[in-house]
Design a protein around this ligand. Structure first.
Ligand code: SF4
Length: 461
């Protein structure tokens, strides 16, 4: 769960301010750190990085003065590696005669082994991220040329990745062989190009969406335009279904499907699968809102505001530890008492992961006078950990892995509880059953997960 962005100008126009603005639009994908990298006039790779939100980590005015025609950027939420500035991306790796800068969204399942092998052969790592493993593998093979070096590196890595890379006055984008993590291509009006995790980042810089990068595809952008290469075609598509449930912004269109439409459809399906007699449909803001609108449209129950969000808070699910998450809920949400008092509510949330946030919200609503709170969830129960860059590290922490739906209902103090079915979610996304990764709902991972990577197995061993 990170955001990547890259820009290349064909006219020579500086692009670093565009990268800054693009990262701003991708801020929801990571708030721990932000960074940019570019190649200067003397072919040296330069970076600026900092902790926190984009506007705190980077100086827009400073970046606007730098004459870089190719640059990349990253906003980070850590699922591997600690949360300090050395782990902020882009990462830079030098090799004889040059260097590359790389920004990565995703997670490798074999990073630990690869890292050990590289260290045995003399590589020294300056971060604790698995992204540096990819950068190192590329640098090791650089004598083969950048394209071959990247392909050789990717042959070794297993997992999820959307990469943007700058080297040799080129901007390169790569999407993993399953298409787990998103990446798309946009075009500036003056002929330059952009790569970004979400199409929403194009709007802010006045660029237009061209297309999604395909699974197993590498895009190379240089002075002669865009070149596409398929480096892997043997895997089935497995786009992360959680992008449609929660991660992506509603105004993004991803792999041909608008996120708002997908969520609204999920709300409609949820209303058909779990109807209830109630006075008002409310959402856990902001990510439950689109599904709540769909639920209201399908059920005929009016949609209203029941919870007010402090806009200046980050997203609770992506705060790195439980203590921060609990504090974040209290700071983030408050009840609109006048709207909920004496009412039977349908409360729409996008997911229940640990259950603690849901219980706190139900309690707040009841304390404010709600007569009944019926919780409806627009994703199926999360029963398995994600190993592809989303922070659900241990099954023990997933309430649906260890409790029945009835038990969860009791635990969160709801009057009733219903989750959308896996089939319903697939239908709402509309890309077909085979196009999606649903491993956190089903336990069927698109690739083998090394036992050492699975926390409860690693603990036993
Ligand atoms: S396991 Fe779940 S969160 Fe992880 S990539 Fe698959 S669908 Fe997305």
């Amino acid at each position: 769960m990170c955001g990547v962005f890259g820009a290349f100008s064909l006219s020579g126009r500086p692009v670093l301010e565009d990268v800054y603005l693009g990262l701003y639009a991708l801020q929801h994908r990571g708030q721990e750190s932000a960074g940019v990298a570019w190649i200067d006039n003397e072919d040296h790779i330069r970076t600026r990085k900092g902790l926190g939100l984009v506007h705190l980590a980077l100086n827009q005015a400073d970046l606007a003065t730098i004459p870089a025609r190719s640059a990349i950027g990253h906003v980070r939420y850590s699922t591997s590696g600690e949360s300090y500035v050395a782990n902020a991306q882009p990462l830079v790796v030098h090799y004889r005669g040059g260097g590359i800068a790389l920004a990565h969204n995703g997670n490798l399942v074999n990073a630990e082994k690869l890292r050990g092998d590289l260290e045995d052969r003399g590589s020294i790592f300056s971060t604790t991220t698995d992204s540096e493993v990819i950068a190192n593998l590329i640098a090791r093979n650089y004598s083969l040329g950048y394209q071959e070096a990247i392909v050789k590196a990717l042959e070794k890595v297993e997992g999820a990745y959307a990469l943007v890379i700058t080297c040799e006055d080129k901007l390169i984008g790569v999407r993993d062989p399953y298409g787990l993590r998103p990446l798309c291509l946009g075009k500036f009006a003056d002929g330059g190009y952009i790569l970004a995790s979400e199409s929403v980042a194009f709007d802010v810089v006045g660029a237009e969406f061209v297309r999604d990068i395909e699974k197993g595809e590498m895009i190379v952008i240089d002075g002669s335009g865009v070149h596409s290469y398929t480096y892997s075609s043997s895997k089935e598509r497995a786009i992360c279904s959680f992008e449609y449930v929660y991660f992506a912004r509603p105004d993004t269109t991803m792999d041909g499907r608008n996120i708002y439409e997908s969520r609204r459809e999920a709300g409609k399906i949820l209303a058909k699968e779990h109807p209830v007699d109630a006075d008002l449909v409310i959402a856990v803001p902001d990510s439950g809102k689109s599904a709540a609108i769909g639920y209201a449209q399908q059920s005929g129950i009016p949609f209203g505001i029941g919870l007010i969000k402090n806009k200046y808070m980050g997203r609770t699910f992506i705060q790195p530890n439980q203590k921060m998450r609990e504090l974040a809920v209290r700071l983030k949400l408050n009840v609109l008492k006048a709207n909920v008092e004496g009412k039977r509510l349908v409360l729409i949330d996008d997911s229940i992961v640990r259950g603690t946030t849901s219980r706190r919200i139900v309690d707040m609503l009841k304390a404010a006078g709600a007569k009944e709170v019926h919780v409806r969830v627009s994703s199926p129960p999360v029963t398995h950990s994600c190993f592809f860059g989303i922070d659900t590290p241990s099954r023990k922490q997933l309430v649906a892995a260890t409790h029945s739906i009835e038990q969860i209902k009791e635990m969160i103090h709801a009057d009733s509880l219903g989750f959308i079915s896996a089939e319903g979610l697939v239908e709402s996304v509309g890309l077909g059953d085979n196009a999606l990764c649903k491993a956190c709902f089903t336990g069927h991972y698109p690739m083998p997960i090394p036992l050492k990577t699975i926390p409860h197995v690693a603990e036993k061993n």
